[in-house]
Design a protein around this ligand. Structure first.
Ligand code: ZN
Length: 279
């Protein structure tokens, strides 16, 4: 858990062969010091998570150069001979927030990361949602008033999807500077909160989460939280009549608590599933 990380290493994601070899070398070093029971991999996506698929455990259509149709699980399992569990970085972070963080007391919630892109992991009744693939919440369509915001959007697949309008890369492209260089009272944050609240409104209506946990670099802008809460109430317009939203909004839209450890703890939580059989 968060207070018990025995070792950690960070290195840049370069080519699949080089990066996978570095990861395996690190795990072999650890295995020499203590027995390893399982490996969890929390990866960017999209991923093939269908056990019946011939490319189960592969990255699929990622725009990241060189990483399309790359087997993430096979080489690690072959090298170490122990169970390897793969899920998206956001699903894994959701699992970690449920076990150790901001969602420890709810079994139906959504974790959203707003960084370079936007990703969402959803847990319903204690289980992460997987289906055809896995949720791709960042690519939902949200209303875009081009008169108020002429920015065309930055998603290479859809232009002005949610991620294309509201991710960190969209903020930088629209305003000509990274979000962290914009003053906290800039109009940029009102617009950002509007877009984030639009996406969250869709998620609240579609999945009925008991809490929405927000992480990622853009959410380091703490001024966004009150703006998003207010905008969500405006957009819902009194329709979802529950005290969690009407009276306790400060506990409904909350920051992630595991922050920079969300990914690695997510991977730990995945590996624990393989060992214990828990979901
Ligand atoms: Zn998109």
């Amino acid at each position: 858990g968060p207070d018990d990380l025995a070792a950690r290493v960070a290195f840049p994601t370069t080519t699949p062969a080089e990066t996978t070899a570095q990861a395996i070398a690190f795990l072999r070093e650890q295995a020499a010091a203590r027995p390893l029971a399982a490996v969890g991999i929390a990866s960017f996506g999209p991923l093939d998570l269908d056990p019946a698929s011939p490319t189960f455990g592969y990255l699929t259509t990622t725009p990241k150069p060189g990483w399309r149709q790359v087997d993430l699980v096979g080489p690690v399992r072959a090298a170490l001979g122990i169970p390897v569990v793969l899920d998206t970085d956001v699903n894994a972070a959701a699992l970690a927030e449920r076990r150790w963080g901001a969602a420890h007391d709810v079994d139906t919630f959504v974790y959203i990361t707003v960084g370079t892109g936007i990703g969402g992991g959803a847990m319903v009744a204690g289980r992460l949602i997987h289906g055809l693939l896995h949720p791709e919440m960042g690519h939902m369509r949200v209303p875009h008033d081009r008169a108020a915001d002429p920015f065309a959007g930055s998603c290479p697949f859809h232009g002005d999807c949610w991620e294309g309008l509201a991710a960190g890369s969209a903020i930088a492209a629209r305003w000509g500077t990274k979000g962290e260089h914009l003053p906290p009272d800039a109009a940029a944050w009102e617009l950002e909160a509007h877009y984030l609240a639009l996406g969250i409104t869709n998620i609240v209506c579609a999945l009925s989460p008991r809490r929405v946990v927000l992480g990622g670099g853009v959410m380091d802008q703490a001024q966004l939280f009150p703006l998003i809460r207010r905008e969500l109430l405006t957009l819902l317009n009194g329709y979802v009549q529950v005290p969690a939203i009407l009276e306790r909004m400060d506990e409904y839209i909350v920051p992630a608590t595991l922050r920079g450890n969300a990914g690695v703890l997510g991977a730990v939580a995945l590996a624990r599933q393989a060992v214990s059989g828990e979901r």
